[in-house]
Write a new protein. Sequence first.
Length: 114
Amino acid sequence: MTITLWHNPRCSTSRKALKMLEEAGAEVTIRKYLEDAPSEEEIRAVLGMLGVEPIGIVRTKEKLFRELGLKRDAEGEALIRAMAAHPRLIERPIAIRGGDARLGRPPEQVLELV
Protein backbone atom coordinates (compact mmCIF):
# COMPACT_ATOMS: atom_id res chain seq x y z
CA MET A 1 0.00 0.00 0.00
CA THR A 2 1.19 3.49 -0.84
CA ILE A 3 2.21 5.97 1.85
CA THR A 4 1.13 9.55 1.27
CA LEU A 5 3.56 12.05 2.73
CA TRP A 6 2.46 15.61 3.50
CA HIS A 7 5.81 17.02 2.54
CA ASN A 8 7.63 20.34 2.47
CA PRO A 9 10.79 19.92 0.37
CA ARG A 10 12.37 22.94 2.10
CA CYS A 11 12.18 21.20 5.50
CA SER A 12 15.18 19.03 6.40
CA THR A 13 13.08 16.81 8.68
CA SER A 14 10.56 16.25 5.90
CA ARG A 15 13.35 15.44 3.43
CA LYS A 16 14.89 13.01 5.91
CA ALA A 17 11.57 11.23 6.46
CA LEU A 18 11.06 10.89 2.70
CA LYS A 19 14.55 9.48 2.25
CA MET A 20 14.00 6.98 5.08
CA LEU A 21 10.73 5.78 3.56
CA GLU A 22 12.28 5.40 0.12
CA GLU A 23 15.29 3.54 1.53
CA ALA A 24 12.88 1.20 3.35
CA GLY A 25 11.32 0.37 -0.03
CA ALA A 26 8.02 2.14 0.57
CA GLU A 27 5.98 3.40 -2.34
CA VAL A 28 5.52 7.09 -1.52
CA THR A 29 3.13 9.63 -2.98
CA ILE A 30 4.27 13.14 -2.14
CA ARG A 31 1.69 15.76 -1.33
CA LYS A 32 3.25 19.20 -1.22
CA TYR A 33 0.70 20.38 1.28
CA LEU A 34 1.77 24.04 1.03
CA GLU A 35 0.66 24.00 -2.63
CA ASP A 36 -2.18 21.49 -2.21
CA ALA A 37 -3.61 22.45 1.17
CA PRO A 38 -5.62 19.80 2.98
CA SER A 39 -9.25 20.61 3.69
CA GLU A 40 -10.70 20.88 7.16
CA GLU A 41 -12.18 17.40 6.68
CA GLU A 42 -8.80 15.94 5.70
CA ILE A 43 -7.17 17.55 8.72
CA ARG A 44 -9.86 16.12 11.01
CA ALA A 45 -9.35 12.67 9.47
CA VAL A 46 -5.59 12.83 10.00
CA LEU A 47 -6.07 14.01 13.58
CA GLY A 48 -8.25 10.94 14.16
CA MET A 49 -5.62 8.65 12.64
CA LEU A 50 -2.91 10.24 14.78
CA GLY A 51 -5.07 10.23 17.88
CA VAL A 52 -4.13 13.78 18.79
CA GLU A 53 -5.90 17.07 19.38
CA PRO A 54 -5.46 19.81 16.74
CA ILE A 55 -2.76 21.58 18.78
CA GLY A 56 -0.68 18.40 18.35
CA ILE A 57 0.02 19.19 14.70
CA VAL A 58 0.17 22.99 14.81
CA ARG A 59 3.48 24.76 14.37
CA THR A 60 3.06 27.02 17.39
CA LYS A 61 6.48 28.63 16.92
CA GLU A 62 5.54 29.75 13.42
CA LYS A 63 5.34 33.55 13.28
CA LEU A 64 1.97 33.26 11.52
CA PHE A 65 0.55 31.47 14.59
CA ARG A 66 1.08 34.63 16.65
CA GLU A 67 0.08 36.98 13.81
CA LEU A 68 -3.30 35.24 13.58
CA GLY A 69 -3.78 35.74 17.31
CA LEU A 70 -3.86 32.00 17.97
CA LYS A 71 -3.03 30.54 21.36
CA ARG A 72 -2.09 27.04 22.50
CA ASP A 73 -5.42 26.79 24.32
CA ALA A 74 -7.48 27.86 21.28
CA GLU A 75 -10.57 25.84 20.42
CA GLY A 76 -9.73 22.83 18.24
CA GLU A 77 -12.07 23.84 15.43
CA ALA A 78 -10.43 27.28 15.25
CA LEU A 79 -7.04 25.60 14.87
CA ILE A 80 -8.36 23.27 12.16
CA ARG A 81 -9.80 26.22 10.23
CA ALA A 82 -6.50 28.09 10.57
CA MET A 83 -4.48 25.10 9.32
CA ALA A 84 -6.76 24.62 6.32
CA ALA A 85 -6.54 28.32 5.45
CA HIS A 86 -2.82 28.58 6.24
CA PRO A 87 -1.14 25.20 5.67
CA ARG A 88 2.19 26.65 6.85
CA LEU A 89 0.79 26.07 10.33
CA ILE A 90 0.70 22.28 9.85
CA GLU A 91 3.59 20.39 11.43
CA ARG A 92 5.44 18.25 8.95
CA PRO A 93 5.94 15.68 7.73
CA ILE A 94 2.84 13.58 8.16
CA ALA A 95 2.80 10.10 6.65
CA ILE A 96 -0.54 8.41 5.93
CA ARG A 97 -1.17 4.79 4.99
CA GLY A 98 -4.70 3.47 4.85
CA GLY A 99 -6.40 4.49 8.06
CA ASP A 100 -3.18 5.15 9.96
CA ALA A 101 -0.86 8.14 10.16
CA ARG A 102 2.38 9.19 11.82
CA LEU A 103 3.82 12.61 12.49
CA GLY A 104 7.47 12.54 11.45
CA ARG A 105 8.77 14.17 14.63
CA PRO A 106 11.25 12.54 14.91
CA PRO A 107 11.36 11.45 11.26
CA GLU A 108 11.95 7.80 12.20
CA GLN A 109 8.31 7.56 13.31
CA VAL A 110 7.14 7.41 9.68
CA LEU A 111 8.85 4.01 9.36
CA GLU A 112 6.15 2.53 11.60
CA LEU A 113 3.90 2.58 8.50
CA VAL A 114 6.25 0.48 6.35
